[in-house]
Ligand binder design. Sequence first.
Ligand code: FPP
Ligand code: MG
Length: 283
Amino acid sequence: MSWVKENCLSFFQLFCIKVLKTGRIPQHLALIMDGNRRFARKVSMACKDGHSRGFDKLSEVLKWCLDLGIPEVTVYAFSIENFKRSQEEVDGLMELASDKFKRLLDEIDQINEWGVRVNVAGRLSILPIDLQALISKAMLATRQNNKLQLNIAYGYTGRDEISRAASHIIDGVKNEELTAEEIDEELISQSLDLGEPELLVRTSGEVRLSDFMLWQVDRTVLYFSNVLWPEFTIWNLLAGIIHFQRHAPPALQDKANTPAQQEFLDKYETRKWQKLEEIVACS
Ligand code: FPP
Ligand code: MG
């Protein structure tokens, strides 16, 4: 299955999307794709195949998001906690990710046509080295795209993201790029891997955040769906969006950075891309 599944909606479903688009659409959707193993057990398939069906569902959801005009989607694909699962399952998930990133690079023209920019969030260094190289290549190859930003949280937890941002800011102060007075909520937010989602959907009936985007969900509308991720349908997503339209707080204006904050953040961004280029060069 490729990254964006084409022609997966009926005329009636597309009509319903049009109706919903007359109201407010979340500009950033976060997804905790939970329930792959329960789905696998339910239909008597191997756990690995349950995760693979989870990826297929993601490719459908990405097409729905393009149709809905949602410009940013963040998915929780592998948490640092997931390393505690059996070696067989961890290896299976790493293999699945490697296959999918290889496929993305093979189909790069199609991805660029869709305008999908892939951004992997998390602690890249704890992943297998060949997966790090594939991820770096995918991020570099899709960097210029701007229709849909797909953030994949991989080797990620929210607390780890906050502690990495804190140590990076401390380095900035030590290197005299920033003064202590310049550390504020906005700087911390912008030093994180991920921005604030407007709507967060978790499937499978679990009603926890499981260390996902902890800093960012302050104003996020949360929607918990009972269906298992591989069984998630367009109707489940539209129900989440209606929930968002009923409960969304007013959008906030971004606060301007000071010149020093902006320079610090720009340097951080440049270093990030340089690191990815180094990983590719060493592979
Ligand atoms: C949670 O279900 C799902 C995961 C831990 C993995 C999700 C990964 C994918 C959908 C594939 C994504 C791959 C890429 C490259 C983006 P679970 O295993 O916790 O299932 P359970 O709750 O039923 O036990
Ligand atoms: Mg689970």
